[in-house]
Design a protein around this ligand. Structure first.
Ligand code: ATP
Length: 620
């Protein structure tokens, strides 16, 4: 029994399905395909012609049956004429089948190409959006989830455009045109032939709703599987070091099992729905036979017309079997499309202001004016409180303080990885929020402790921001960063591949490559956030001297736990719990006897030579 509207709403609501959004999502997927009207029209037209040929087949078969009957009667009188008429029908039937096959091939080709083109557009738009989204977004959404959306979900959309959408069009045309033809011939037979359609439609719609929910759950779980695998691969060294393979295996197994269970549930749902739709179809077939026999007996229709109805039902058999696939494809497109569009619709929080300006010839005067900040989503935990300082070109500012006091946060606010919550940051007197992002990030270069390298050659990693720079500039930057000698010592030299995330380099080498990369960018403001933490003290000493020389006209901000890295700075600020608690030069801060002086005393004591052990003295 068909349920009334409000009751249907109830089911959707109970299942947490939003029909409005589903329709909008599907419409948006279809609009993507309509961006290629020529190809879409070709695919649809070919599908329509194939349907017409498909519908001609039952009619021709019916005619052949009637002709056979006439033939039986006429055979004695005009055998040649009757046989000829049947032969012509057979030839037309053959031609119609061939034309149908050809048109289906053309429709299939254009649908597939259309699907691939839309997938490519969507993939590019998705990747482009990921490039624009800020750190507040990336902090929130796991990269495993983003990869799943960009790969599996996108495939869901492509699959619908390629197969589902065209099948829906073909099935609708088949039933509509075929139905009209049948009604024109004999309404009673048409009613019997199409009697299963309302039930099948209702069942299919219900299946679509449930499948949509099943796909949403399954895709979310697939994102979990990707996430577990991605984290495992990224943390492979930690996993091995702790012998955590069985634990990781268990974690992955649980995620994969959950995905399998959801996939099975989806399949069961599809199979059970299809079983009832098929039963309805076969009941209708029996009804056609029964009603047909009666109509023939009362002389209302010919045997050929019954044969036509039966042939039409045979042609419907395949599309009916495909209802499951079509509904599955539509449901997947809705849940996948929603997941992809969800990302495409996120507005980047950090972007150019409408009248953003470019700094033509930046000097690089950086000023923090009472800057306060809390990370998005943690507004009640201020990380920086009223931080102020000025950094002039040719000067160096050191930032020191205990772990978690907000040092890196200062570094990340300058290139607008996040926006300040209070106060302002200016560059050459202009609020950074009023500058064009590209110009700002060209003017400021941040080299951080986590030296991420691309799986490429040393040369291309160093010249990442300036691929047009010549070899000489790359080598000059490498010399300053003290990585040149290492590059030269490699068999492949600067062409040596560094491996995934720079796996073939030591931590200190990676950091030095990253410093060389930062120098290549030729920014006016250089920020080194613990950028030499993994470099040994002796190498760092030489590196600092070379850097100071090469960047003497720049504004340089150095964040470090190692005071030897920043003690020569023109000004040093000490941060504690996000506040500047001490400021001055090295001598002044040591004399002040505060946190800095204590830290300095600790670090110099640790660096002093240890008394020789007795055993060493004896052996000496
Ligand atoms: P360290 O010396 O250990 O590198 P830090 O002084 O550089 O520490 P920050 O990285 O600036 O400290 O972090 C300051 C505070 O902000 C910390 O309490 C940290 O937990 C928090 N924090 C850092 N990054 C985020 C983030 N993306 N989202 C939320 N909180 C964050």
């Amino acid at each position: 029994m068909l349920r009334s509207g409000p009751e249907r709403e109830g089911i959707a609501e109970r299942l947490g399905i939003d029909r409005d959004t589903a329709a909008k999502t599907l419409a948006r997927v279809v609009r993507l395909a309509l961006r290629y009207p020529g190809r879409f029209a070709l695919a649809t037209a070919a599908g329509l012609i194939a349907t017409i040929f498909n519908l001609a087949i039952p009619r021709l078969l019916g005619r052949a049956v009637d002709q056979s009957q006439v033939l039986l009667k006429q055979a004695a009188m005009e055998p040649r004429l009757a046989l000829g008429a049947l032969g012509v029908t057979a030839l037309v039937l053959l031609a119609a089948s061939t034309a149908r096959g050809l048109m289906q091939m053309v429709a299939g080709f254009h649908s597939e190409t259309l699907g691939q083109q839309v997938a490519r557009d969507l993939r590019l738009a998705y990747f482009d959006k990921l490039q624009q989204l800020g750190f507040d977004f990336h902090d929130r959404v796991h990269s495993g989830d983003l990869i799943t959306r960009g790969m599996l979900d996108l495939e869901g959309v492509r699959g619908f455009i390629e197969v589902g959408m065209q099948r829906i069009i073909a099935l609708t045309l088949l039933v509509a045109i075929g139905g009209v033809g049948l009604v024109a011939q004999d309404p009673v037979m048409a009613l019997a032939t199409l009697s299963f359609i309302p039930f099948a439609g209702w069942r299919a719609a219900r299946m679509g709703l449930l499948l949509r929910l099943a796909w949403t759950k399954l895709q979310a779980q697939q994102a979990v599987v990707t996430r577990v695998m991605e984290e495992n691969l990224q943390g492979v060294r930690v996993v091995r070091a702790f012998g955590a393979e069985p634990y990781e295996m268990g974690k992955f197994d649980a995620a994969a099992q959950a995905a399998l269970a959801l996939s099975n549930a989806r399949f069961r749902l599809r199979s059970s729905s299809m079983a009832t739709i098929s039963s309805a179809y076969y009941l209708a077939l029996a009804l056609v036979l029964g009603v047909g026999a009666h109509r023939i007996s009362v002389g209302a229709i010919s045997i050929g017309q019954l044969a036509e109805c039966l042939a039409f039902m045979t042609i419907l058999q395949l599309p009916v079997r495909q209802i499951g696939m079509v509904m599955n494809s539509g449901a997947r497109a809705i849940s996948s499309g929603r997941r992809v569009f969800e990302i495409l619709d996120v507005e980047p929080t950090i972007r150019d202001a409408p009248a953003a300006v470019a700094l033509e010839q930046p000097r690089g005067v950086l000023r923090f004016e009472n800057v306060s900040f809390a990370y998005p989503g943690a507004a009640d935990t201020p990380v920086l409180r009223e931080v102020s300082f000025t950094l002039e070109p040719g000067h160096t500012l050191g930032v020191v303080g205990p772990s978690g006091c907000g040092k890196s946060t200062i570094a990340q606010l300058v290139p607008r990885f996040y926006d300040v919550a209070g106060g302002r940051i200016t560059l050459d007197g202009v609020d950074v929020r009023e500058l064009q992002l590209a110009a700002l990030r060209r003017t400021v270069n941040l080299v951080s402790q986590d030296a991420f390298l691309f799986d490429d050659s040393l040369e291309r990693n160093i010249a990442y921001a300036t691929p047009e720079a010549g070899r000489t500039r790359v080598r000059d930057a490498a010399r300053i960063a003290h990585i040149h000698d290492h590059a030269e010592s490699l068999a492949a030299g600067y062409e040596a591949q560094v491996g995934e995330r720079g796996a073939s380099l030591s931590g200190g080498q990676r950091q030095r490559v990253s410093i060389a990369r930062g120098l290549m960018a030729e920014a006016r403001v250089l920020i080194f956030d613990d950028a030499t933490s993994a470099v040994d003290a002796a190498t760092e000493h030489g590196l600092r001297r070379a850097l100071a020389e090469a960047t003497s006209s720049h504004a340089t901000l150095i964040i470090s736990h190692r005071l030897s890295s920043l003690m020569h700075a023109d000004e040093i600020i000490v941060l504690q719990a996000g506040r500047v608690v001490e400021r001055g030069d090295h001598a002044g801060l040591v004399a002040a006897g505060g946190y800095y002086a204590e830290l300095y005393a600790m670090q110099t004591a640790a660096a002093e030579p240890k008394p020789q052990r007795a055993a060493d003295r004896v052996s000496a």
